[in-house]
Design a protein around this ligand. Structure first.
Ligand SMILES: Cc1cc2nc3c(=O)[nH]c(=O)nc-3n(C[C@H](O)[C@H](O)[C@H](O)COP(=O)(O)OP(=O)(O)OC[C@H]3O[C@@H](n4cnc5c(N)ncnc54)[C@H](O)[C@@H]3O)c2cc1C
Ligand SMILES: *[C@@H]1O[C@H](CO)[C@@H](O)[C@H](O)[C@H]1NC(C)=O
Ligand SMILES: *[C@@H]1O[C@H](CO)[C@@H](O)[C@H](O)[C@H]1NC(C)=O
Length: 365
């Protein structure tokens, strides 16, 4: 008789939930998701609710990162077209580039995004370069395409709902060590495998701590105003690690104004001066955000926020490992691209889960 695979997924951010969702499609998996934070929480240790979130590819051409983002687009597109309940919609997108940002933290982050012939030009619909004579002063080049914007407050609960339909069980707990996670399966049996989707917290968790992780602090202002398109620019004149971007979330989710990309900064509190700069820059770039003649007083603020993007030197860790006799598959360190690479990364994690479980079954024979 076939026994089920008991799997514990640690973490309920977009990485943990997407991995659990894909694993739950296989009826031989019996899954518990265990997490310190869950959708509905807003906390500095929980990155996913703070994201825009949109699809602006940043993976270098030819890298695994490119493959993860390339493989994620069809899934996001299908959700947008066929599952309105997932809270994702298509948006016209403009990306502006200034050559002087090339060496800055934000310019490096945008370097693939602003290419004339980026790898994603045949992935997203409607990619075009904006003709030079249509560029405003100070802009060196720009491109347009159609992307998506995800309302994280709808999408994360949607992923939970999909998982619950197939019997996945959700629990709250905080783990200090891998052995505790192995004993957390809802059946009471020892887990055959743990998937580690703990984001930036993997830096501090017991067992092996990953020193390659570091935060890139992102401050945002969420407003009720709607600019009508998603607009981003490679940098600002307010410092190396500030950017300007805006995106309107599906289903009344408001418009996220960003932002910053402050490496190794952990401050959980919104900086009021930065908030003012973010709002001023957004209106400068997109005057249609407010009524003619208005400044930041024309913005209707829903909330200020700060999230820490879980960056990792060398890129995300999607790897199988045996820790104290327990099979572990890691899927953490997704920086500023956790949504736009979510399906690609989780597909790789699922493949690692399947081969680890196959090895386990062979060992039993
Ligand atoms: C301002 C901002 C804008 C962004 N915009 C975008 C965007 O437009 N597009 C995009 O693709 N990405 C964007 N991102 C990046 C994206 O949000 C992250 O890459 C993504 O949320 C990471 O998800 P995660 O599931 O790996 O981590 P998290 O969401 O941080 O989840 C980690 C989970 O692990 C749990 N956990 C941690 N430690 C423990 C423990 N010891 N025991 C139990 N549970 C534990 C936590 O409770 C949590 O549930 C943005 C980020 C920010 C901050
Ligand atoms: C825009 O400029 C960058 C240099 O900052 C260059 O690498 C890129 O190819 C240019 N893109 C377009 C669309 O011309
Ligand atoms: C997850 O990975 C981090 C980094 O290697 C490690 O500190 C932590 O113990 C891991 N957790 C589990 C449950 O494997």
């Amino acid at each position: 008789m076939a026994t089920k695979n008991n799997i514990v997924v640690l973490g309920a951010g977009v990485s943990g939930l997407t991995t659990a969702y894909l694993l739950s499609k296989d009826p031989s998996n019996c899954i518990t998701v265990v997490s310190k934070h869950m959708p509905g929480d807003y906390d500095i240790e929980y990155c996913s609710p703070w994201a825009g979130a949109n699809y602006l590819p940043v993976g270098k051409s030819g890298s695994s990162h490119e493959r993860w983002e390339r493989n994620t687009w069809p899934a996001l597109r299908e959700l947008t077209e066929k599952h309105p309940d997932a809270g994702i919609h298509f948006q016209d997108t403009i990306v502006y580039n200034r050559k002087k940002d090339q060496g800055s933290a934000t310019g490096q982050w945008f370097s693939e995004l602003v290419q004339k012939e980026p790898w994603y030009k045949n992935v997203v619909p409607g990619f075009t370069n904006v003709p030079d004579d249509q560029l405003a002063p100070g802009i060196d080049n720009a491109s347009k395409f159609t992307s998506v914007c995800i309302n994280t407050a709808v999408y994360l609960p949607w992923l939970i709902g999909q998982c619950r339909k197939t019997g996945v069980v959700f629990k709250r707990a905080v783990f200090n060590h891998i052995a505790e996670a192995a004993n957390a399966h809802h059946t009471g049996q020892k887990a055959d495998l743990i998937v580690n989707c703990t984001g930036l917290s993997s830096k501090k968790l017991g067992g092996v701590c990953d020193d390659k992780l570091y935060p890139a602090r992102g401050q945002i202002v969420v407003v009720r105003n709607d600019p009508g398109a998603m607009v981003s620019i490679s940098g600002t004149d307010d410092g190396d690690d500030e950017v300007t971007y805006m995106m309107t979330r599906a289903a009344g989710g408001g418009t996220v104004l960003g932002g910053s990309y402050q490496k190794n900064q952990w401050d959980p509190l919104p900086d009021p001066n930065l908030a003012v700069r973010i709002m001023k820059r957004a209106i400068e770039l997109c005057p249609q955000l407010v009524k003619k003649g208005q400044g930041i007083e024309g913005l209707s603020i829903i909330r200020h926020g700060v999230g820490l993007r879980p960056l990792r030197e060398g890129g995300p860790r999607i790897e199988a490992e045996k820790i104290e006799g327990v099979n572990v598959v890691h899927n953490y360190g997704h920086g500023g691209f956790g949504y736009q690479a979510s399906f690609g990364c989780s597909q790789d994690a699922v493949a690692l889960v399947n081969s680890a479980l196959k090895r386990k079954d062979q060992a039993k024979l």
